[in-house]
Design a protein around this ligand. Structure first.
Ligand code: F6P
Length: 351
């Protein structure tokens, strides 16, 4: 049975469509799914393997046939699809990265690419698709949902920047990795009486920077959500610290707020204090996932399978106030979030 609502001859502009909302749909009137696919997309995040494992284990135990799609949407439209069984996911829970691999597919950003992907799902007889990734990956999933493919999104990105969920898989591991690196940088900054300026990831959000800054006792935290004045918020803070006897300084810069290289140069020019930039970069995306990421990935994977079993399609699995639940994908992608002011104020009170 084809679930596709359109073919290449009558495909409307997908951006004008809405994915079907299953909130008030009677499950008895919905065709069940039997064979499902999973892919990981966008930047990898520690815990993606735990997500795949959970979907495979919970899905197989619930009677689904599970197929793995390699290289994200790129592999989908190219038909890189194969069955994936219980044994294939042994020893993956603790591994960083994603063994299905990932990609940022340009083709899939076009309506033709989305249709190609949907066709490939039909070729393999896949009734539904689970997507682990961030905002961009969910937009791809939403496009598929809009043309009739049942989808489920599981948030996987170190940035924690998906509006509809309090937490994204990979965020905790990335912060712990950054914290360990900054603790080491503090040792050398202290020995040389230097200022260490550290750039962390987060795209246009400052979640990683703010929390890692609190955890490492940074003197200055620069995030894109809060405009800053270089003289008062950086130079003055460092000089006041020096005048009170401080011997070294940690400045955390979210990548969306500026460049560690430029800021270190300006600090040295303005304060006379030797400054060194460090860009933590992709280090933050690697490594074995923490307990938080392993458990969240595992429980979100089970919840995704429950949605499919209950014929509740086109959902994003979210964590809200500590509870794992799900929201409609159109609503979810229209939701925005920002760092609460109290967290910003508290960080200031600690510097
Ligand atoms: O979204 C995750 C992320 O690591 C961002 O923090 C960063 O801006 C971006 O991906 C880097 O992307 P790439 O791996 O393509 O360089």
């Amino acid at each position: 049975m084809s679930r596709l609502l359109y073919d290449e001859n009558n495909l409307p502009d997908i951006s004008t469509l809405k994915a079907k909302n299953y909130d008030n749909v009677n499950p008895d009137e919905v065709e069940p799914v039997k064979r499902i696919g999973i892919l990981t997309s966008g930047g990898d995040a520690p815990g993606m393997n735990a997500t795949i494992r959970s979907v495979v284990r919970a899905g197989t135990n619930s009677g689904f046939e599970v197929y793995g799609i390699t290289r994200g949407y790129h592999g989908l439209w190219k038909g890189e699809i194969a069955p994936i069984g219980m044994r294939d996911v042994s020893e993956t829970l603790q591994r960083g990265g994603t063994f299905l691999m990932t990609a940022r597919s340009k083709t899939f950003q076009t309506d033709e690419g989305v249709l190609k992907g949907a066709r490939m799902l039909e070729v393999y007889g896949l009734d539904a698709l689970i997507v682990s990734g961030g905002d961009g990956s969910f937009k791809g999933a939403r496009a598929l949902a809009r043309i009739g493919i049942p989808i489920i999104g599981i948030p996987g990105t170190i940035d924690n920047d998906i509006g509809c969920t309090d937490y994204t898989i990979g965020y905790d591991t990335a912060m712990n990795t950054a914290m360990d690196c900054i603790d080491k940088l503090r040792d050398t900054a202290s020995s040389h009486e230097r200022c260490s300026v550290i750039e962390v990831m987060g795209r246009s959000a400052g979640y990683i920077a703010l929390n890692v800054g609190i955890a490492t006792g940074a003197e200055v935290i620069l995030i894109p959500e809060v405009p800053f004045d270089f003289n008062t918020d950086v130079v003055r803070v460092i000089l006041d610290g020096r005048n009170k006897g401080k011997k070294h300084y940690i400045v955390i810069v979210a990548e969306g707020a500026g460049s560690a290289t430029d800021i270190a140069k300006k600090i040295e020019e303005n304060t006379g204090i030797e400054s060194r930039p460090t860009i933590l970069g992709h280090l933050q995306r690697g490594g074995s996932p923490t307990l938080r990421d392993r458990t969240t990935a595992s429980l979100m994977g089970v919840h995704a399978i429950d949605c499919l079993l209950n014929k509740k399609f086109n959902r994003i699995i979210v964590e809200k106030n500590g509870v794992i639940t799900d929201v409609d994908i159109e609503e979810g992608l229209a939701t925005t979030k920002t760092i609460p002011q109290i967290e910003i104020d508290n960080a200031r009170r600690l510097s």
